[in-house]
Design a protein around this ligand. Structure first.
Ligand code: 16G
Ligand code: MG
Length: 554
């Protein structure tokens, strides 16, 4: 198509691109990959990536004739890191073919950059005369402001228009993109629009709670010293009728994600630093960009209890199912988990709740995609990423029911309507999830201990193994079985047989250069042994490097 190539050359100001690109030069030889969470590495290596993602966002916007989002964050990573993700028109993660383009563009050496840009435009049939609009958000990292300026440089040099929202949580940026591409029907694309939409639904929902005593009114929130603190502080007066939040690790002194936040609490199975917890007080932690949430409490004996994404999914799906029964709608509701879901949660959902459960590969986009197959799809990773999705048809049906049905049924339909409004339909959102959970607990009169007692988690252990090349491990069946290297799955099967209620799997990490090992069994000791033995099998059969895995000492 020589004609298109000609147009491409004319419509891109190649001179300007070269000039500006030189101001955001790529360090020679640096190779990065657009992974499950976009690009993520040390902040000082990211300037060129940001500029180029600005360019790419313009092309994607032109191609989809929609607003595209660019979020500058590295979520739960240490403060020194940073990262960037693109957000597609309906608030979803970037389409897979564009992830590949992102990787190619980020890794092109300076002199090849233009060629790659033109290649992408041609492959994707981008009409360069189309207008482009990009919205940008960033977290509170010290490096984020400058890096988001580099994104803006990239957008501008390709002639794109932009709106810089400045500090936002990741889910808030997804919300903005979704609102802008749905003509305002979903909500107003402003921070007040977000606060108003969620708070109104929350306050209406909790008004229906008969028991809204003090116990349900207050919650301690660990904000990981991140953006969640700023945004919750701005938002709290909108919903203060229904809930009072006490913020900890609000960034005023501590370091981002350091000894606090959802990732720390989940992986260390202990409370964050900087938060005083009295027995039976309800507490939760966000991660650094506020798209993950876990709950926890100390019991009367001072024992720590974690309530992870699996138990959150259980609470939410049970409540939704009850409401559907009440209004007499037989909609199909499904729960989506990953291999990391605790075996007890899966058993409880299937056998007690009678809700169908599906398993996908790790990474929000896989769960999200599967959840879209249901009228109502509830998805959560054990680590606290998740939400509930409602199909448009279901949303309309429920809104109609709320108008038409008689008293008791109407009440249930109204509640569902509010829950739909509360969940950020564009992405899993710690603030949304928190408000939905708080509302459900108040409506059902459940204490945090009663919620926790729905089922007992099987003891489990996660370990990491260093290998020369983690790609030698490939998996199937939603990462629950290893296909290669030969003999590894057989070895795991034999080890698992030695323990009761046991299960184990291994997978190459998508974010770190390690192989992850997961094991669960009837006791902590057995889970620890099994995880260690599986680690040794990985070390031997998958090319372990460095020191042999040591037994777990707790
Ligand atoms: C990314 C994913 C998260 C997943 C994690 C697994 C998104 C937004 N984030 O952080 O869902 O749990 O990777 O990391 O999709 P791993 O591959 O290193 O175990
Ligand atoms: Mg995050």
């Amino acid at each position: 198509m020589p004609e298109t190539i000609f147009l491409n050359f004319v419509d891109m100001d190649l001179g300007a691109i070269t000039k500006y690109s030189a101001l955001h030069a790529k360090p020679n030889g640096l190779i990065l990959q657009y992974g499950t969470a976009g690009f993520r590495t040390k902040a000082e290596h990211l300037d060129h990536v940001m500029f180029r993602m600005g360019l790419l966002a313009v092309l994607r916007s032109k191609q989809t004739k929609s607003t595209i989002g660019v979020m500058v964050t590295a979520s739960h990573n240490p403060e020194e890191d940073n990262g960037v993700k693109l957000v597609d028109p309906l608030g979803e993660m970037l389409a897979p073919s564009w992830e590949e383009h992102a990787t190619c563009l980020a890794n092109a050496e300076e002199q090849d950059m233009q060629r790659v840009l033109i290649d992408i435009s041609e492959k994707e049939a981008v009409n360069l005369q189309q207008d482009a609009f990009v919205v940008i958000g960033r977290d509170t990292r010290p490096s984020s402001e400058k890096l988001s300026q580099s994104v803006i440089d990239g957008v501008t040099v390709l002639g794109g228009q932009f709106h810089d929202y400045g500090l936002l949580t990741t889910p808030q940026l997804h919300y903005m993109v979704y609102c802008r591409n749905t003509g305002g029907r979903y909500g107003k694309a402003t921070i007040e629009g977000y606060y108003q939409k969620l708070s109104k639904a929350f306050v209406e929902l909790t008004k229906q709670a008969s028991c809204s005593g003090d116990e349900y009114r207050s919650l301690k929130v660990d904000c990981a010293n991140g953006i969640g603190a700023l945004k919750l502080r701005e938002m709290e007066h909108y919903f203060s009728q229904g809930l009072s939040v006490q913020l900890f690790n609000d960034g005023s002194k501590g370091k981002l994600n350091h000894l606090c936040g959802a990732d720390f609490v989940k992986s260390h199975q202990k409370p964050p630093q900087g938060m005083e917890i009295k027995s039976n007080e309800r507490c939760c932690s966000f991660d650094g960009d506020a798209d993950r949430i876990v709950y926890y409490y100390h019991d009367a004996d001072g024992h720590f209890h974690l309530i992870d994404g699996d138990k959150i999914a259980t609470l939410i799906s049970s409540f939704l199912k009850e409401l559907l029964v009440e209004i007499g709608e037989s909609l199909n509701i499904g729960v989506v988990q990953t291999a990391y879901a605790n075996g007890s949660s899966t058993r409880y959902l299937e056998e007690v709740m009678k809700v169908p459960v599906y398993c996908t590969k790790t990474g929000v986009k896989h769960l999200h995609h599967k959840a879209q197959e249901f009228d109502i799809g509830v998805y959560f990773e054990a680590n606290g990423h998740g939400t509930a999705l409602f199909s448009t048809a279901v949303e309309m049906k429920i809104k109609q029911s709320a108008e038409q049905l008689e008293d008791k049924k109407r009440k249930a339909a109204k509640m569902l309507e509010n829950i739909i409004d509360l969940f950020n339909q564009a992405a899993g959102d710690a603030i949304s999830d928190m408000l939905v959970i708080e509302a459900i607990l108040a409506l059902k009169g459940l204490t945090v201990q009663q919620w926790d007692a729905l089922y007992t988690d099987l003891p489990n252990r996660q370990l990491k193994v260093q290998v020369a090349d983690r790609r030698v491990i490939s998996t199937t069946n939603a990462e629950r079985q290893a296909v290669t290297p030969p003999g590894l799955q057989e070895a795991i099967n034999d080890l698992v047989k030695k323990y009761k209620l046991s299960r184990a799997f291994v997978r190459p990490s998508g974010t770190e250069d390690v192989v992850r090992v997961y094991a669960e069994a009837d006791s902590q000791e057995s889970a620890d042994h099994l995880a260690h033995e599986v680690s040794l099998a990985v070390f031997q059969l998958a090319g372990g490097i460095g020191e042999r895995p040591q037994p777990v000492t707790s």
